[in-house]
Design a protein around this ligand. Structure first.
Ligand code: HPA
Length: 273
């Protein structure tokens, strides 16, 4: 496993002539690829060309690794991520995040589309994730521990760095982004939830629900990478507000939130040490 990761990282470094060392990694969620427009792009690689990289199967995810400058900082962006529901193993789902760490990133920024469980949330709200509940059937650390990456029993008492959450809330105030905060529950999908399941998720303490992010964050925390994550609320999962949801609605709601998300990520990245 570690060899496959190293081969992927070596290939990427070679493609860039060892000229570009990213400081931060960004994973963009469903319908949230537009941040790339803000990048001064240096290199762009297709997942399909990178050794051992999984290849994206979802139409709304384009499958590119993009290196560039954002707010004057060097970032690498995953445009398109891998989900467990696509049939990948958890190791495959988190493979790119592990490669990012080998390439030297110091922090990980993640976005996703999610259903809103908190009664005060509105469609296209942004919710900074303060904590999570992992309801995926498995996780990327199951199996023999890769000691070169991190410890057998990683601590999970602060998976989302408190300092970055505070910085994000400050940025939100300054730029009037109306950022919400809350707990994200990660479910396998791909079907959305029943009304009874939404009720259950709310009862156990979740403010938003989606099908991603937590596997990547677990892998990142395992490697000691500080994480920051945001959900874009694409549909409301509160009694009385639940409607039939199709992918287009999710993409439309994500598109509406994208400018605010872009400001948040850009400003947050600017102020990192
Ligand atoms: N449930 C799960 N995942 C989602 C949802 C939802 O309601 N909306 C967007 N992703």
């Amino acid at each position: 496993m570690i060899h496959a990761l190293q081969e992927a990282a070596d290939y990427i470094r070679d493609q860039m002539n060892h000229q570009y060392e990213p400081e931060f990694g960004i994973v963009l969620g469903t319908g949230l690829g537009g941040l790339v427009e803000e990048l001064e792009i240096r290199h762009s690689l297709s997942y399909a060309d990178i050794p051992h990289f999984p290849v994206s199967t979802v139409e709304s995810h384009s499958g590119k690794l993009i290196f560039g400058d954002l707010g004057g900082r060097r970032v690498m962006v995953m445009q398109g991520r891998f989900h467990y529901y696509e049939g990948y193993s958890m190791e495959q789902v988190v493979f790119p995040v592990r490669v990012m760490k080998l390439l030297g990133i110091k922090r990980l920024f993640v976005s996703n589309a999610a259903g809103g469980l908190h009664p005060a949330f509105k469609t296209s709200d942004l919710m900074v994730i303060t904590d999570h509940i992992n309801l995926q059937p498995t996780n990327p650390l199951i199996g023999r521990n890769i000691d070169d990456l991190g410890p057998r029993f990683p601590d999970m008492s602060e998976p989302y760095e408190e300092h970055m959450i505070q910085q994000a809330l400050n940025i939100s105030e300054h730029h009037r982004l109306n950022l919400k905060s809350g707990v994200y529950a990660s479910v396998p999908g791909p079907m959305l939830e029943t009304k009874a399941e939404y009720h259950y998720l709310r009862t156990i303490g979740a403010d938003a629900v989606g099908m991603s992010t937590v596997p990547e964050v677990i892998a990142a925390v395992h490697m000691g990478l500080p994480c920051f994550a945001v959900s874009v609320i694409t549909d409301l999962c509160v009694p009385g507000k639940i409607k039939k949801v199709i992918l287009k609605d999710i993409l439309d709601a994500a598109a509406k939130a994208e400018p605010a998300l872009t400001v948040l990520f850009k400003e947050l990245i600017k102020v990192q040490e």
